[in-house]
Design a protein around this ligand. Structure first.
Ligand code: PEP
Ligand code: MN
Length: 346
């Protein structure tokens, strides 16, 4: 695939998760423009996991985005999921579209969007978020559907992947997937979405720096003038002033650093370690739940049969994946020891 340059100005796309009112859209845009932002995002139709949440203002928000565009000169972007969304936005003059994670997971919907854009003959930029599940072929498939329909101004957005249970990140990143995407689709810009990966304000700056270090071209960050009052994703939005400070503190890697393969690999390793610790803490949480059960049913904490069976199966799997039996044994006896300690504390 031969991609054409995308029409996204600046390194950072920013704006609220959702357009909520004319004032909110216009005021946030003005404040972001003062921070030097040149591309503005706001969702009009919000795909909510459960019914009953704020599902977006819909088409009545289109003129608000156009007003923000007129007042600031920024390019404006919104999410589209259906033929009707595309038609309304394209006719009105919205510049850039993104396909949400839940939509990328649905090939029928992506095809419908691709065909509708092609039908209008408009040469718009489309950003394709990764699907909710970590399936690189489904992600590439979505990009191909658009490409084959003649849309060549394309970018991918890494927004992390859904996972179950308590965790540090709302949608844990699996950096090896966008790294593979970069190899499989050279020339495709890859944007990082630290807001949806982190799910909380404090994680946005460190995730943004990690993304830069890993060579992502751009960031998309959710911003709201009053994040605590936001109607969607309020925990992960920051104010335009906070975004200004974040940008000042971001260290752009020098071109020497960017070519430093060991540096890239170390970064990837740091992130794998963060995932490892995250998974270990999830494992401990399950272990404490088992501990509660054992306590209420008068079952002893340590059970030899279970321990032996667990150890054998982990050693076997570890060995199949290229690790020595001795290492896996030592590792699991430490994990098990900590697990027993946590259960005894209950
Ligand atoms: C969004 O960008 O507000 C959004 C809904 O994102 P995602 O599709 O990544 O959940
Ligand atoms: Mn959001």
């Amino acid at each position: 695939m031969e991609f054409e340059p995308i029409e996204i100005e600046g390194d950072i796309i920013a704006g609220p998760c959702s357009a909520e009112s004319r004032e909110q859209v216009v005021n946030t845009a003005l404040a972001l423009s003062r921070q030097g932002i040149k591309t503005y995002r706001a969702g009009l139709w919000k795909p909510r996991t459960k019914p009953g949440g704020f599902e977006g203002v819909g088409s009545i928000g289109i003129p608000w985005l156009l007003e923000a565009k007129k007042l600031t000169g920024m390019r404006v972007a919104t999410e589209v999921a259906t033929r009707a969304h595309v038609l309304e936005c394209i006719v009105a003059g919205i510049d850039i579209f993104w396909i949400g994670a839940r939509t990328t997971a649905n090939p029928f919907a992506v095809q419908e969007i691709a065909d509708t854009i092609a039908e209008t003959g408009k040469d718009v930029t489309v950003m394709v978020k990764n699907p909710v599940n970590p399936d690189i072929d489904l992600w590439i498939g979505g990009i191909e559907r658009l490409y084959n329909a003649g849309i060549h101004k394309l970018a991918a957005i890494h927004r992390g992947f859904s996972s179950y249970g308590e965790k540090i990140y709302r949608n844990p990143p699996q950096w090896s997937i966008p790294t593979e995407l970069r190899q499989r689709l050279p020339g495709l810009p890859i944007i990082c979405d630290p807001s949806h990966i982190g799910g909380s304000r404090d994680l946005i700056a460190p995730l943004s720096q990690q993304a830069y270090n890993l060579g992502f071209n751009k960031l998309i960050i959710e911003c709201h003038c009053h994040p605590e009052d936001a109607l969607s994703d309020s925990r992960q939005q920051i104010t335009p002033e906070e975004l200004g400070r974040l940008i000042q503190n971001l260290k752009q890697r020098s071109s020497e650093d960017a070519g430093d393969e060991i540096g890239m690999l170390r970064n990837e390793m740091d992130m794998k370690d963060a995932e490892l610790i995250d998974i270990l803490s999830q494992r401990m949480a399950i272990s404490r739940q088992i501990g509660e059960y054992k306590k209420s049913h008068n079952i002893t904490v340590f059970q030899n049969d279970r321990y032996k069976q667990l150890m054998d199966s982990r050693v076997k799997t570890g060995h199949e994946m290229g690790m020595s039996a001795d290492f896996v044994k030592k590792l699991y006896s430490l994990i098990h020891e900590e697990s027993v300690r946590q259960q005894l504390e209950i």
